[in-house]
Design a protein around this ligand. Structure first.
Ligand code: SF4
Ligand code: SF4
Length: 428
């Protein structure tokens, strides 16, 4: 597990060797930014994602894993950085004769802090898979003021000058925030990339937001046509489709460099034709399409019930999952000795409260009342020693989400019907 000495661990990377980062998403990007800050720009990413074929990513080439392994470049030093699959890529490198420590190291050793600020402490949907829709008691709603946001961002940069990005969400929808464009400006002035995730129900501030050209927007969906409304509970399909088209137009007009990505949540009912239609629509609109297996949260309820329903809504969502939640819990329990990779997340609520975990929701998840009065390293220590994390790890709950992050045909021992429709290329 990454320890507090992660900054010193950069010394483990040998000088003068071309660096390859295996994994072009979250941890991979963070590692890339940390390397750049130390004047060690990588030679390339290694990633098999279809979206990276033939283009640059963060300004660097992307090599496919099979091509890299077929002929590793002379002197290459690899940093593995795919959360949930660090050991998988390490095993492939070992199999190719590379030696851990001498030729590669785990990105977990140099994992920097990652920042989430829940600028909107509210969501306008009640998805049955989400605590916004399946938990009776909801926390107080509100929006972070630009003043508090500015102070929060300034504190992050003062403590961690290398910080390069901030996710503007946890359990809220940033597009509901009436001053989102102002928050984007504040981030940019502080040298932080503002990253947005939205359900696109609320678009009043979308034009102003796109004029401020955020670098990345993720849109979530779970179906094509009215079926989408089963799991994006409270949404309306026609409206969603119109807003998706609007987003695409605004991107073309104001923010051609903004990366717009769709996270398509896979349930039993939305595979096959629905998925293909959504993929085609994304292609038409210039939106990157990504599959993601749907799961049910929050984790404290999963931990209490061992993956069985705790409310009518949770039960409804569980019926539609590709991997039954109680089975995922059993598999997680079997992996309970593996480390949690969330310890470096800094989670700040709209009112400045600090949370323990991005997958928990209830009052026990509050780590501190005021981000302005606690250091990053104190947050790390406090989380590490919290009773909530101890119980979560002891029960294996921290591995629950992981069961859904590896694609089913690689991890679950069976092939869902997506493959019947699309042949062997589905989401690989
Ligand atoms: S899953 Fe996202 S869109 Fe749905 S209720 Fe939760 S926060 Fe809102
Ligand atoms: S141990 Fe559990 S509660 Fe703690 S950060 Fe990891 S997943 Fe969250």
């Amino acid at each position: 597990m990454a320890e507090k000495s992660w900054r010193e661990n950069f010394n483990l990377i040998p000088a003068g060797r071309p660096l390859y980062i295996w994994g072009a998403h979250g941890l991979g990007i963070n590692v890339c930014r940390s390397l750049e800050a130390r004047g060690r720009a990588p030679a390339a990413f290694i990633d098999g994602g279809a979206e990276f074929t033939g283009g640059l990513h963060c300004g660097y080439p992307v090599v496919r894993p099979a091509d890299f392994l077929a002929a590793p470049p002379k002197e290459a030093f690899v940093i593995t950085a795919i959360d949930g699959r660090l050991e998988e890529s390490a095993a492939l490198l070992r199999g190719r004769g590379l030696i851990e420590g001498a030729d590669f190291l785990s990105g977990d050793l140099i994992r920097p802090y990652a920042y989430n600020i829940d600028v909107s402490g509210a969501c306008n949907l009640k998805c049955v898979s989400c605590p916004r829709g399946n938990v009776a008691v909801q926390p107080k709603a509100g929006f972070m003021s630009p003043e508090l946001f500015e102070r929060t961002v300034a504190k992050i940069k003062a403590e961690d000058p290398e910080a390069s990005a901030v996710f503007l969400f946890i359990w809220g929808d940033p597009l509901m925030h009436p001053q989102l464009p102002r928050l984007i400006e504040i981030c940019r002035a502080a040298g932080l990339r503002p990253l947005i995730s939205t359900n696109l129900k609320e678009v009043r501030h979308l034009e102003a937001t796109m004029k401020s050209a955020p670098p990345w927007i993720k849109v979530s969906a779970s179906g094509f046509g009215p079926d989408y409304e089963r799991t994006h509970t409270g949404a309306d399909w026609s409206r969603f489709e119109a807003h998706l088209r609007l987003l695409s137009r605004l991107k073309a007009e104001y923010a051609p460099d903004t990366e717009v990505e769709m996270a398509y949540h896979l349930y039993r009912h939305n595979l096959g034709e629905q998925r293909l239609k959504m993929k085609a629509l994304c292609g038409e609109l210039g939106i990157v399409f990504r599959d993601i297996a749907a799961l049910v949260q929050p984790l404290e309820e999963i931990m209490k019930t061992r993956g069985r329903p705790w409310s009518r809504e949770a039960g409804e969502a569980m019926e539609m999952l590709l991997l039954p939640a109680d089975e995922a819990f059993r598999r997680a329990e079997a992996e309970k000795d593996l480390p949690c990779d969330r310890f470096k997340e800094i989670l700040i609520g709209w009112d400045g409260q600090v949370s323990i975990c991005c997958a928990m929701f209830g009052p026990e998840n509050i780590l501190d009342d005021d981000f302005m009065k606690i250091t990053l390293d104190e947050i790390y220590e406090k989380r590490l020693n919290s009773d909530l994390c101890r119980r979560c790890r002891e029960s294996g709950t921290h591995m629950f989400q992981r069961q859904y992050q590896l694609f089913p045909w690689k991890n679950w021992g069976w092939r869902p019907s997506i493959l019947k429709v699309e042949g062997k290329t589905a989401a690989s």
